[in-house]
Design a binder for this molecule. Structure first.
Ligand SMILES: [Zn+2]
Ligand SMILES: [Zn+2]
Length: 232
């Protein structure tokens, strides 16, 4: 019984404002975290300018972006996809926790892209994911950020329900996603794709390609976190 009480208490605190989402100490005024936890988050301190994969000190681009530049110009991902961000993304994505979503949006606003762009573009889900999960985390974040920044959200259609990307390598992912997205609404010149986590950048590349085809002249990516790949 004691254990149960502890779990419920912890869960309640997690879902209420006023407590740090990571250690449950009182949060900083107006934020979802305490100063110690904010400082200890896995910040992405040495990212590739274009895809945000961590690079060795001093380099501005990773080997992949040097050899095969993606269709998007830059990626802003302030954090690495490691604990406790992993748990936060999991709570948001699979348990539809609005508090986790709000925290991710707040963390994104702490590390915004250099230029804001004229519109935010959310990543459409596959029909299978949409049926299973029922909510699109990318659209949710784009809407939230759009309200804060005063820029509109534009959406794309997913016309190809490609197989799961999980087991594929970078090249296979790119081939799997070619032609997967279509944008029918007119686009402004500078579009920023919003997502919770960037994994290989293949989705961003395919969606950026579609946005350029639909009339945008520049596409950037803005995500909460980046999965560090090293070599992939
Ligand atoms: Zn804390
Ligand atoms: Zn790169």
């Amino acid at each position: 019984m004691h254990q149960w009480g502890y779990c419920i208490n912890r869960w309640l605190k997690r879902s209420l404002p006023g407590y740090c989402a990571f250690c449950l100490a009182p949060a900083l005024a107006g934020g979802g975290w305490c100063a110690t936890c904010l400082g200890e988050l896995p910040w992405n301190l040495q990212p590739c300018h274009q895809c945000a994969d961590p690079v060795s000190h001093g380099a501005s681009l990773c080997g992949h972006c040097l050899i095969e530049p993606p269709a998007f110009s830059t990626t802003q991902a302030g954090l690495l996809y490691q604990e406790p961000i992993k748990q936060l993304v999991h709570d948001f994505k699979f348990q539809a926790s609005p508090r986790a979503g709000t925290l991710l949006a707040e963390l994104m606003l702490l590390t915004p892209p250099m230029t804001q762009g004229d519109a935010l573009l959310s990543v459409p889900m596959t029909a299978t994911h949409a049926r299973a999960r029922g909510f699109n985390q990318s659209y949710w974040l784009a809407e939230r950020l759009s309200r804060q920044l005063g820029v509109p959200v534009v959406t794309a259609k997913r016309v190809k329900d490609s197989a799961s990307q999980r087991t594929l390598n970078r090249r296979q992912r790119a081939a799997n996603l070619a032609g997967a997205f279509v944008i029918e609404s007119p686009l402004p010149a500078h579009v920023v794709i919003v997502d919770d986590v960037v994994t290989t950048g293949s989705t961003g590349h395919a969606l950026a390609r579609a946005a350029l085809d639909a009339g945008a002249s520049r596409v950037d990516i803005w995500s909460a976190a980046r999965t560090p790949l090293g070599k992939d």
